[in-house]
Design a protein around this ligand. Structure first.
Ligand code: FAD
Length: 429
């Protein structure tokens, strides 16, 4: 008789709520991870840095579990079929996991739970990825917040009034004694990318200076913890604990992440490609394919936009300030549907997360909750003057850049600004 712990976006032993619960159960734990072919098959590029990151994290996880006397089972099969098969091999009494808030995952978990319960197997799931979820932070009228500032105030109030703690799952050792092979990246149908992944360590100094430095991409003064949060190689509770008392601004960024998860949970239609503010779907996009290519390749003639896209293409990362600039440029200067940009980021970002990505894109397009108003059109030159005055960032990613000899902009700023304002006015009436 065993319990199964199903790892998903929580690839760590430390401070893992569901794992803690599982290891406290009366049965030894079989820890599993499932590479879902439904998700993997959608990835056209077989050099996918995210799959590689997961794979490396699993190697690490396996080591940690082995140190504690067990082993990790890594499966490449549809989850439903995988559980059927496991249930024939083992006498499973309970399945544990942590909550996931995206539509596909919610439906998947519901079907596994239904099956498990029909077999007399207990199915238990926990809040782990976020500090507050679902209906924990609501307005006075019991509705979800759609504006960040009041949400974050309530979030902080609640944090101050809630007993919360980290879970010492790393100290529990109730694992099933067994040994399993880990499939290689090639066996999964993928190849190594050669990318260097951001380290998990960053200094308290960085947090202390975050408010002053965060907007200057040339300083590289942000934590780069996003990919670790995405796959759960670090716990959000640990990060919030570090933020408290050191930087309100950095804490707010972590709260934005919770906020967007909550938006996805409460407004599931956004997962179907519908704008948060549905009236924005009346926009008449130009969607010029050639211009889209130029944007993707960092060849728009706007150095700050080009630098951002090249950083993305080469590293899988882009500084937040520049994400806002390139997103605004695609939507407003080129009048290309924000969903095209969202999809390109989804393909390229190491930290790609549906909720934050969709939130960021709809923020830029003006169609999101608490978004930039549609008439605010970033001027890439002014943004450069403000945030990359000495051109450190631009020179790093566009080495051929010379101030007076750069390809002509693909569209004139003032012309584009007027064009997009007209288009929004027509759509919104
Ligand atoms: P830091 O500045 O050190 O912040 C710490 C953490 O706070 C981040 O790791 C992240 O988890 C969270 N955070 C910070 N800013 C935001 C934000 N605006 N929204 C939500 N969470 C935030 N972030 C993603 O994690 N995945 C995405 O797919 C993603 N897509 C984006 C798309 C666009 C168009 C925009 C404008 C922003 C997007 N962001 C996304 C948010 C943000 O740009 C990144 O989280 C941040 O740049 C990651 O770098 P960092 O870890 O050094 O962040």
């Amino acid at each position: 008789e065993i319990s199964v712990f199903w790892f998903r976006r929580d690839l760590r032993i430390e401070d893992n709520v569901g794992l803690f619960a599982a290891l406290s159960s009366p049965y030894p734990i079989l820890p599993i991870f499932i590479f879902d072919p439904i998700i993997l098959d959608k990835l056209e590029n077989k050099k996918d840095a995210r799959v590689e990151f997961i794979h490396q994290s699993l190697i690490q996880l396996k080591k940690e579990i082995k140190k504690r006397g067990g082993d990790l089972v890594v499966i490449h099969e549809k989850p439903f079929e995988a559980f059927h098969r496991l249930a024939q091999q083992f006498h499973i009494k309970q399945i544990y996991s942590n909550h996931d808030y995206e539509s596909y995952a919610i439906a998947r978990d519901a079907s596994i739970q239904q099956w498990a319960e029909s077999q007399g197997i207990g199915f238990y799931s926990y809040k782990d990825q976020v500090i507050f979820e679902k209906n924990e932070v609501l307005t006075g009228q019991n509705t979800p917040y759609t504006v960040f500032s009041p949400y974050s105030r309530k979030w902080k109030e609640k944090l101050a009034n809630t007993e919360w703690r980290q879970f010492e799952s790393e100290n529990l050792i109730n694992y099933l004694k067994a040994s399993f092979e880990l499939p290689s990246l090639n066996q999964l149908g993928f190849q190594a990318t050669g990318l260097k992944f951001p380290s998990l360590t960053f200094s308290d100094e960085l947090i202390l200076h975050y408010q002053v430095n965060r907007n200057f991409p040339g300083l590289d003064a942000t934590s780069h913890v996003s990919v670790h949060l995405r796959f759960g190689t670090i716990s959000i509770r640990k990060l919030v604990k570090r933020a408290l008392g050191k930087s309100e601004t950095w804490l707010n960024e972590l709260i934005w992440r919770d906020f967007y998860f909550n938006i996805t949970f409460h407004f599931p239609y956004i997962s179907q490609g519908i704008a948060f503010r549905k009236e924005y779907d009346r926009m008449n996009w130009r969607n010029n394919e050639q211009e889209f290519e130029a944007w993707k390749n960092g060849q728009t003639g706007y150095p700050i936009v080009d630098a951002g896209m090249r950083e993305l293409n080469q590293t899988g990362f882009m500084h937040n300030r520049v994400r806002m600039i390139v997103a605004s440029f695609l939507v407003k200067h080129l009048l290309i549907d924000w969903r095209w940009g969202e999809a390109y980021f989804a393909e390229k970002l190491l930290d790609f997360d549906f909720s934050s990505n969709n939130g960021g894109w709809q923020w830029a397009a003006g169609s999101g909750c608490d978004a930039a108003p549609y008439f605010r059109v970033f001027n890439p030159y002014l943004q450069t003057q403000k945030f990359d005055k000495d051109l450190t960032y631009i020179r790093k990613w566009v080495p051929e850049f010379q101030e007076f000899h750069y390809p002509k902009p693909i569209v004139d700023h003032e012309f584009a600004r007027k064009r997009v304002l007209t288009a929004y006015k027509e759509a919104l009436g």
